[in-house]
Design a protein around this ligand. Structure first.
Ligand SMILES: CC(C)(CO)[C@@H](O)C(=O)NCCC(=O)O
Ligand code: NA
Length: 599
């Protein structure tokens, strides 16, 4: 099939004749089906082996017996969804490699969780991260934290299950809701059957498929474009290699500062305090294994990022030459997710099986994310919302209930996919906005508790509330006014840009920049880069939390040292020996306190 012909198919989008779409061969379907079957198999295996998922410890925490290798692969799989697999290459294709600098944020974004958050959560021997909020503040703070997390995860899983289905549908005509149903149901089934062990081990398997799929496409892509040197020449000439952008303007979407500094807060909200990740740390055999797994995330996440970025470059090299793409066809004027799949299908047409492998890669990324979501949602709902009210519940009942919850959240995911269908935003941007708007305030409340001993419960509640208000104000404001890197503006620009030669593209770029009015006042606030949302909202929580604590908790200000403060707040709330061991490491004087007061 001629490329020009295929490109033509692409523009017409959903209106096109189904017969004209690209075709999946039988072997592609077989590979895709194998992914689903293997994932199911792992679920069944853990349903029937070991403790057979008869305790909540096993179902929700994998018996706290995991070693660092599977945990680390599972950690990266959780927040590496199809959104990243298809969104990052599209970003690199259209805007160059600036996004790659997010890799800088991984350093602090993983070191801080490893040495600050993991020790606290692990030593307290928690099941849900929000238990910490009750120990540190009060029950209402815990419940508000849990509800915020549920809200964040439910929205995010809708985006995760919808993205790959939409991409597949656009390119091959595979039924959109069929794909959503297949992934949602298979994932629900293995999560409900096999518990966290199945979730972690399918993550391992799916991460491997993910890497293999991306690598295969890159290798074939480089080969077909004429070798590495040729790819490099084209992306260099096409201006796709970005130097470090040190522009301090906070409304600039991706700069070193938004990615390298704002990104650290994003990473902390994901790898530091998000229940899905905390649960993996808690499922580790020892604290050392948990910290090790966090360290091991660093190289794997860099590999994942590099693969996505290089894929975007190869894609650009392949389509940069004007002869390949007749301008009248507006070839890549499509939604972000479709662009990458189109590229893959177009390139791999003569290599049956490889497009199947890539589809398996995209769906692996999605499955590994939504399975984590189901399991962590079941955990917090049981531990934080149900158990405190039913103290007499038997273990068998609790386990059955957690399976029921995992299954219900799985079904809810399908409903959320439908809601996502009604939205329209670049998926990568949408995911980052969700992480920042809802994950940021959660990060803030944990920081308030861990680093500010004099913060009290009223302060925490007020802080969380104001953080959420601030985040939604700027987030909704940016959506309504279409700023913050403006989804609409950007995609229209792309549509015009990619069909034209590089010269014209540059001309348009300059024109846009020079005529763009510098936003003022509130408009400028709304156009804050979404990469800053996490930092903005977590700072809002901490600052409001501190101010309200000072206003309402004068008594506690009599505390003289930080150690005294930690002692008085924490010792009030708990009797657990796990806590004493944490306090012991904090200071020697606390050790004596704990020993004296061992219950
Ligand atoms: C979480 C990060 C930023 C880590 O690189 C990355 O995996 C990412 O860009 N994720 C996008 C969201 C998603 O894949 O669902
Ligand atoms: Na994933």
């Amino acid at each position: 099939k001629a490329v020009g012909h295929s490109s033509h198919i692409l523009i017409t989008g959903s209106k096109m004749d189904p017969l004209e779409r690209m075709h999946f061969t039988t072997i592609d379907y077989v590979i895709f089906a194998l992914l689903l079957v293997a994932s199911m198999g792992i679920g069944l295996y853990y349903a029937l082996s070991g403790g057979r998922q008869r305790t909540t410890q096993e179902f929700l925490l994998a018996d706290r017996s995991m070693s660092c290798l599977p945990v680390s692969l599972s950690l990266i799989a959780t927040f590496q969804s199809a959104v990243a697999i298809v969104g990052v290459p599209a970003e690199i294709y259209t805007h160059g490699t600036q996004y790659w600098f997010i890799g800088c944020a991984y350093i602090l974004g993983l070191l801080i969780p490893a040495h600050v958050f993991i020790p606290v959560f692990y030593r307290l021997h928690l099941t849900s991260a929000y238990q910490y909020l009750e120990l540190r503040f009060s029950k209402p703070v815990r419940i508000c934290g849990t509800l915020t997390f549920i809200f964040q995860t439910v929205i995010y899983m809708g985006v995760c299950v919808y993205t790959p289905a939409l991409a597949l549908n656009a390119v091959t005509g595979f039924d959109l809701w069929g794909a959503v149903l297949a992934t949602g149901l298979v994932c629900t089934l293995y999560t409900t059957l096999g518990g966290l062990k199945a979730v972690i081990w399918t993550d391992v398997f799916q991460t491997i498929v993910m890497f293999a799929g991306q690598l295969a496409v890159i290798v074939v892509g480089v080969q077909q474009t004429g070798g590495l040197a040729e790819v490099w020449r084209k992306v260099w000439e096409g201006n796709r290699i970005s130097g470090i952008d040190l522009n301090p303007d906070p409304t600039e979407r991706y700069t070193f500062w938004t990615l390298g500094v704002g990104g650290v807060f994003l990473m902390l909200s994901l790898y530091g305090v998000n229940q899905a990740q905390v649960q993996r740390y808690l499922s580790s055999k020892t604290e050392r294994e948990a910290i090790m797994s966090c360290y091991m995330v660093f190289p794997s996440l860099q590999v994942a990022l590099a693969l996505s970025c290089v894929m975007g470059l190869v894609m650009f090299a392949r389509y940069s030459s004007a002869t390949l793409l007749p301008t009248i066809h507006q070839p890549l004027c499509v939604l972000y997710p479709q662009m990458v799949l189109y590229f893959v299908m177009d390139m791999l047409q003569d290599l049956p099986g490889l497009s199947g492998l890539f589809i398996a890669c995209v769906f692996s990324a999605a499955l590994s994310t939504i399975s984590s979501a189901f399991n962590s949602l079941a955990t917090v709902t049981l531990e934080d919302l149900i158990k405190p009210h039913c103290s007499s519940m038997t273990e068998a009942r609790a386990t059955l209930l957690s399976k029921g919850l995992a299954c219900s959240y799985g079904l809810m995911c399908l409903a959320m996919a439908y809601l996502t269908h009604l939205m329209s935003d670049s998926v990568l941007q949408a995911a980052f906005k969700i992480f920042g708007m809802v994950g940021g305030p959660l990060l803030g409340i944990f920081c308030l508790g861990m680093f500010f001993p004099w913060a009290n419960s009223t302060g925490a509640l007020a802080g969380l509330g104001s953080g959420l208000v601030m985040a939604f104000w700027v987030g909704i404001g940016s959506i309504v006014t279409r700023t913050s890197g403006g989804p609409a503006a950007v995609s229209h620009f792309n549509c015009t840009a990619v069909q034209l030669s590089e010269n014209i593209t540059t001309a348009i770029g300059t024109a846009l920049n020079s005529t763009a009015v510098q936003p003022m006042g509130l408009q400028r606030f709304y156009s804050l880069s979404f990469m800053w949302y996490s930092a903005l909202s977590s700072f809002t929580v901490v600052i409001t939390g501190l101010i309200v604590s000072f206003l309402t908790g004068r008594g506690e200000l009599l505390i003289i040292t930080i150690e005294d403060a930690i002692r008085s707040t924490w010792a009030h709330h708990t009797h657990s020996s796990g806590l004493c061991s944490l306090v012991e490491t904090t200071s020697k004087s606390n050790k004596t306190f704990c020993n004296k007061n061992k219950y």
